[in-house]
Design a protein around this ligand. Structure first.
Ligand SMILES: O=c1[nH]c(=O)c2ncn([C@@H]3O[C@H](COP(=O)(O)OP(=O)(O)OP(=O)(O)O)[C@@H](O)[C@H]3O)c2[nH]1
Ligand SMILES: [Mg+2]
Length: 413
């Protein structure tokens, strides 16, 4: 029995590692690593043309044609008459199995593109080869490919249905051919299990909550009042908003920072790292001059737990006897926008609005301290303003206005 370059059994495939949604701006992207063979694939639909386009670097024209032909039956023919599916494949490092793994990585990326694959039965590709001593091997390394006398790449499903197949090198007789098919289908079963384990662990919980597309911003807040304000502002820019209320399975983030910025970054960084998506967070609060800037970063927890009525009652109590002209205050918002796993590159902006704390609450709109926060220019409390009016003047609206001119370039970096 021949000894393999990495001591694997003849029917053993190498470990598989997948980084799902690898590219920040292309949600349907993967970094696919079989051993040290590394392939990156991104896929997207575009409406200005039709059909399937596969482009690749590090692959031959013949290999790209093969991939195109192998992928075509897996995608709805009808969808392809109306839109164009673009698949870009980049080989970063080839240590064997390049064609098979380019196919597998593409299937991985297409799994992230809703309604693209026809069938739930995910096919996979496997490379097999015949060595000089007639041993058949699965998932060859580059060194093994170089000395193999025949090689085959086969697409199959775990249900043993064979799809595309390509054979190179010396012709093989039928018994050897059967052995190759058997090896390949075993390799495929193993690969499908690896693939599914990674997908189920990393992607399915998030997918169950709906995958945000490039037109969606995820905001790391559980505060429905903030969510409403963000939705209204971003809707104007044609963007949809998802918040942590859409991802109930995510862990609670402890706001342990000592500044608004630190807390905003904590929320954005941690959620971006989990979702593997760009995430925006807001940390905000009320700073009352007569209380030396309190409650500040503790605004949500001023009266202990997160309770708006309790917070307002405590604020009124602490300001008992303080005359109108000394009841000045500032609402502050710091926004942090984070890219997955790049916490040093957060985009941070802020906004403030000056006002005064009323003695008696006014208005029913907004949330938090809004009924007590009087805005002199508008001669109204924040809770007397409509959502649209609050979004013209509020601390959060001003912070978003500061974000607006810069975030697209930052995201593209
Ligand atoms: O009357 C208000 N109008 C506002 O426009 C406003 N913005 C902030 N605040 C107060 O400051 C806390 C933020 O704390 P905070 O940034 O930790 O948010 P939060 O805990 O409510 O939600 P999350 O985003 O952390 O999930 C909030 O709870 C409120 O008490 C506001 N009050
Ligand atoms: Mg909070």
């Amino acid at each position: 029995m021949m000894v393999r370059t990495d001591n694997r059994a003849v029917n053993d495939v190498r470990p598989l590692q997948v980084q799902w949604r690898y590219l920040t701006q292309q949600p349907a992207s993967v970094l696919w690593q079989r051993g040290i063979t590394k392939i990156m694939v991104a896929a997207y639909w575009q409406t200005k043309a039709a059909g399937l386009v596969v482009t690749g670097t590090g692959l031959t024209a013949g290999q790209i044609d093969w991939l195109q032909a192998a992928l075509l039956p897996l995608v709805s023919a009808e969808a392809l008459t109306q839109q164009q599916l673009v698949v870009t494949i980049t080989t970063l490092e080839n240590d064997g199995g390049q064609l098979a793994e380019a196919f597998n990585a593409t299937i991985g990326a297409l799994q992230l593109l809703p309604d693209t694959l026809l069938d739930q039965q995910v096919p996979c590709a496997v490379s097999v080869g015949v060595m000089a001593d007639q041993t058949t091997l699965v998932d060859l390394t580059l060194a093994e490919e170089e000395i193999a006398i025949s090689q085959m790449t086969m697409v199959a499903t775990a249900q043993e249905q064979v799809g595309a197949l390509t054979l190179s090198g010396q012709p093989v007789d039928s018994s050897l051919f059967n052995e190759l098919i058997l090896r390949a289908s075993q390799g495929c079963t193993r690969t499908t299990a690896q693939f599914q384990a990674s997908f189920q662990q990393a992607v399915q919980p998030v997918m169950a909550a709906g995958i945000p597309d490039v037109g969606t911003i995820v905001i790391a807040t559980k505060n429905p009042g903030k969510a409403r304000e963000f939705e209204a502002v971003f809707a104007k820019a044609g963007l949809k908003v998802k918040t942590l209320l859409d991802y109930p399975e995510l862990p609670e983030i402890d706001e342990t920072g000592q500044t608004f910025e630190a807390n905003a970054r904590l929320k954005a960084d941690q959620i971006a790292a989990i979702l593997k998506l760009p995430v925006l967070a807001d940390d905000s609060g009320l700073m009352v001059d007569a209380l030396d800037g309190r409650p500040g970063i503790y605004s949500a927890r001023f009266a202990g737990d997160h309770n708006d009525a309790g917070n307002n009652a405590k604020l009124l109590f602490e300001l008992t006897g303080v005359p109108t002209e000394k009841r000045t205050a500032t609402f502050h918002s710091t926004l942090a926008f984070a890219k997955p796993d790049r916490p040093n590159e957060d985009l941070v902006v802020e906004g403030n609005v000056a006002g005064r704390i009323l003695g008696i609450p006014r208005g029913d709109n907004g949330f938090g301290y809004d009924p007590l926060f009087y805005v002199p220019e508008l001669d109204a409390s924040m809770a007397e303003l409509s959502l649209a009016q609050k979004n013209q003047v509020s601390h959060r609206a001003r912070a978003i206005a500061n974000l607006e001119p810069v975030w697209r370039d930052w995201l593209a970096d």
